[in-house]
Design a protein around this ligand. Structure first.
Ligand code: NDP
Length: 479
């Protein structure tokens, strides 16, 4: 697959004509090229977006909604092709891409196509003095930068609200997984989407991403990725007074109490640890289990982990596919080594997996479980973003809170208990933007999404995102 940029409605090569290799992580083979674009391509994309802004923002919400619904329908029509492209690009099981990633990308467009029809502005009645109302207007050109773990899902989660609320967009998918964003640009071309409204520029973070952030005409930036990248972006964007949403890393805790629904807690904890090879920002990587059920939980958890088949992502039996890239594969293995050095006891995995046949050179790692690691060690503090979890017992609710809250991150947490009071106390006490009680990954798209502490600032999702991409203007009318 030869990938092209999509600027001003035209699929085009980068100005410098430079390309990067695109590797299939399940086979280790290079299977295509990605433009290594630079500031010149970003400049063209921003100019196209600027030019398209007056007409796009002047459309009614209903007209913009119709365009987004067309994109959603086209994603539906190309569902199988998109799922295959995502699996090959990212290494995730095809079944996961089909069941979760691509349907969710379609639903993101559908959700914002309809949400924008139901948003309302505030009015404040000041009695005899008149009234105030708030007009929310689109900002202009939005810069949207997304990571590799849920490529089209997270890409569309930013782009859809930005477009729905009347902005035009310059977007950069991760250079590691560009294929589905490229297919989206084919979709835009095929449905005659208005030129310049959404521009997709491929390339490296430090080049294309940095140029988008630095550009004086991208006054709003929505970024999802690692905390260190988020810091670098803030340094550039803050002095330019850009509006920023940063969805960053996590080190999420699962807290499991003695009185939980045991089977459900075990089953879901395995899923929340190892889905997408542990490469979901919401995966739990620190599992705290109350001492009364610790041994029983450990045995049941390990028995289920043993049943996770690491296999060719395209095979129907694959429950765990490849790690996204060679670099990331090596990073995850180095953390496994670190956990050993820090005195962790390996309960499962702890090694790369060598498959036979087509995938013999792929980047596979066995689901890995450690215990006996203290909260302060690097394994329990740093984001590994792979199939590696730690198990730790606790005694009291207070101790569970201290452990769960004991990192710089605060993205998500999961609590397992059948006691209503415990559930509410824990939900209030956990430092995280998202708390799941007796479930994982369930969410209503209308709710705000995001983390606290070093997991980010700002909120995406729901009506919050529509508002993020607008500038509120207060208008006071004297009667
Ligand atoms: P990175 O931070 O490395 O990259 C994210 C995106 O930013 C990529 O498109 C990247 O391009 C680009 N980028 C890199 N450097 C810069 C820069 N200086 N300026 C502008 N853009 C830049 O994250 P990963 O892609 O490795 O994704 C994994 C991370 O994402 C994890 O930390 C994970 O927790 C987090 N994440 C957070 C989520 C949340 O909602 N909070 C959801 C999903 C993931 P390139 O790929 O070319 O480097």
């Amino acid at each position: 697959m030869k990938i092209l940029n999509y600027i001003n409605g035209v699929l085009q090569a980068p100005v410098n004509n430079k390309y990067l290799d695109n590797t299939n992580p399940a086979t280790g083979e290079i299977y295509g090229n990605i433009p290594r674009s630079d500031a010149e391509d970003v400049e063209a994309a921003v100019m196209a977006a600027k030019k398209a802004f007056p007409s796009w923002s002047a459309l009614s919400a209903g007209q913009r909604s119709n365009w987004l619904l067309k994109i959603a329908q086209a994603i539906e029509d190309r569902m199988d092709e998109l799922a295959l492209a995502e699996s090959v690009d990212n290494g995730k099981p095809l079944s996961l891409a089909k069941a979760v990633d691509i349907p969710r990308a379609r639903d993101n467009f559908k959700f914002y196509a309809t949400a924008v029809l139901h948003d309302a502005y505030e009015t404040h009645d000041m009695g005899a003095d008149g009234f105030n109302y708030t007009l929310r207007q689109p900002i202009g050109v939005a810069g949207c930068i997304s990571p590799w773990n849920l490529p089209l899902y997270l890409f569309s989660w930013k782009i859809a609200p930005a477009l729905a609320s009347g902005n035009t967009v310059v977007a950069k998918p991760s250079e590691v997984t560009p294929a589905t964003a490229y297919l989206l640009s084919e979709i835009l071309r095929d449905i005659d989407f208005p030129k310049g409204v959404l521009n997709i520029v491929h390339g490296l973070g430090g080049e294309v991403g940095a140029s988008i952030v630095e550009h004086p005409d991208t006054q709003v930036i929505s970024f999802t990725g690692g905390t260190e990248t988020g810091k670098a972006i803030s340094k550039v964007a803050a002095p330019m007074f850009k509006k920023l949403s940063l969805e960053l890393g996590g080190k999420n805790a699962n807290v499991i109490f003695n009185d939980c629904d045991f089977d459900e807690a075990v089953k879901t904890s395995v899923r929340s640890s190892f889905s997408n090879q542990g490469q979901i920002c919401l995966c739990g990587s620190r599992i705290y289990v109350q001492r009364g059920i610790y041994d029983k939980f450990k045995a049941a958890f390990l028995s289920r982990v043993a049943g996770l088949t690491v296999a060719d992502p395209l095979s129907q039996t694959s429950r765990m596919g490849a790690i996204v890239s060679k670099d990331h594969f090596e990073k995850v293995l180095s953390y496994i080594e670190l956990a050993r050095e820090e005195g962790g006891t390996i309960l499962a995995g702890g090694h790369a997996v060598k498959l036979e046949g087509r995938c013999e050179n792929g980047y596979f790692i066995a689901p890995t479980v450690f215990e006996n690691l203290p909260i302060g060690c690097r394994t329990n503090q740093e984001e590994i973003f792979g199939p590696v979890v730690t198990l730790t017992p606790f005694d009291t609710e207070e101790e569970a809170l201290l452990l769960a809250n004991g990192t710089v991150y605060g993205l998500a947490s999961t609590v397992w208990t059948t006691n209503l009071q415990t559930a509410h106390r824990m939900a209030a006490g956990l430092h995280a933007g998202i708390i799941w009680v007796n479930c994982w990954l369930n969410r209503d798209l209308r709710t705000p999404f995001g983390g606290v502490k070093q997991s980010g600032v700002g909120r995406e999702g729901g009506f919050e995102a529509l508002r993020f991409f607008t500038e509120p203007k207060n208008i006071c009318i004297k009667l």
